[in-house]
Write a new protein. Structure first.
Length: 387
């Protein structure tokens, strides 16, 4: 089945391109274009009073969409920011000791990796990283490290951005979480709306951060944090948006909202939330949910995987996250090979967009592709990368 009509504008702007980077810069559906215009219209129609609309309608709708997707008990636990880095900084600021003792992995995205390295340089953190490889033992090794160490902060990805491996022991980490520490943060950027995710059982103990740039199809600026009640109640880095609502704090001191809004920053562009809301409504109207989209992507990934022997040099790559049955998986196929960088450049020259991380080339799948596109991809690889 094809869902390409939902993306007619984006596809029409580059009709000769094969875009297999849905896991990176997901193309935007037509609904988001209309939402972008609506944001402009309403900002100018309401002018100074637009904030009543944003905080009264746009923001609550976005909170409800995120809460429904993750099965969170309270939409007010969700707060938004232009990027996930903002939330990392605010969380780190909330610890009452230095250096902050952090347990993480050697496979986290750059927003955390770089900041953590700088905290270490500045004496503000000590970081122990558990290696991802060998991946078949990673989850057990990570949980054991979490149980055995005196850590303040445990940071791990739901789906690892380079390899596509999934971490399935969040409940074990949640069992360790305490308001006094450790705090558990799950980076869900490659999990949110990529694979069905149910946080209800851990929502009272685990932070979860993600955004709309990838599988939520909303573009930049729609990042969010789910904050469990009672954890990091007074982050030191705080914006003036956190002053509004049900406040708590010491007499005469700085008050904070008691819900997820305690992590608010300051003035931001809410256009991305218009896009997020429009995309969620589009999916509802089309009868699609994350499970259905993930199943569509799984079928495309399986088709590419089975055709790799006929895909030129790709036949020699190691598949890091093979499609196996109906198990939850990343929305991309990760292939490791020393020539991954060269392959990506050759494919880009042939108008085939993928992306590469070190020696891993990744092919991402979404609703704007169909089986004919995968067949075109295989044929193009055979021509661009002859074995």
């Amino acid at each position: 089945m094809t869902y390409k009509p939902l993306f007619s504008r984006a596809l029409g702007l580059a009709p000769g391109r094969l875009h297999f980077a849905a896991h990176s810069h997901h193309l935007w559906p037509d609904a988001s274009y209309e939402a972008q215009g609506r944001a402009w219209d309403e900002a100018n129609r309401h002018a100074d009073r637009k904030w009543d609309l944003v905080f009264g309608e746009v923001l609550p709708e976005a909170q409800r969409h995120v809460a429904a997707e993750l099965n969170l008990p309270d939409p007010d636990s969700v707060v938004f920011a232009p990027n996930t880095h903002d939330f990392l900084v605010r969380l780190h600021s909330g610890f009452g000791r230095r250096p902050v003792r952090i347990l993480s992995t050697d496979g986290e995205f750059h927003s955390f990796r770089r900041q953590a390295d700088r905290w270490v340089e500045a004496g503000q953190a000590e970081v122990h990283r558990v290696p991802l490889e060998p991946f078949d033992t990673f989850a057990e090794r990570f949980v054991e490290a979490a149980r055995g160490g005196a850590y303040d902060w445990i940071v791990v990805s739901q789906v690892f951005f380079r390899t596509g491996g999934l971490f399935d022991r969040i409940e074990d980490l949640a069992a360790l979480a305490r308001p006094e520490g450790p705090w558990v943060l799950v980076d869900g950027y490659h999990g949110f709306m990529a694979t069905p995710t149910d946080l209800r059982a851990v929502a009272d103990r685990v932070f979860y951060v993600s955004g709309g740039y990838k599988y939520a199809m909303a573009g930049e600026g729609a990042c969010f944090l789910h904050a469990p009640p009672g954890f990091c109640e007074r982050p030191v880095v705080t914006g003036w948006f956190a002053e509004f609502g049900d406040l708590a704090g010491p007499p005469g001191g700085v008050g904070y909202r008691t819900d997820g809004g305690r992590f608010w920053g300051a003035t931001m562009d809410f256009t991305a939330l218009y896009r997020l809301n429009a995309v969620r409504r589009m999916l509802d109207e089309a009868g699609l949910n994350t499970a259905a989209v993930a199943d569509h992507a799984r079928g495309l990934a399986a088709r590419l995987q089975s055709a790799l022997p006929e895909a030129g040099e790709l036949a020699g790559a190691e598949v890091l996250n093979s499609v196996e049955g109906d198990a939850p998986r990343a929305r991309f196929l990760a292939l490791r090979h020393p020539d991954a960088q060269r392959w990506r450049a050759a494919l880009l020259a042939a108008e085939i967009v993928t992306d590469v991380r070190d020696d891993v080339i990744r092919f991402g799948f979404g609703l704007y592709q169909d089986t004919a596109d995968v067949d075109r991809l295989v044929d193009a690889c055979r021509r661009a990368l002859p074995a």
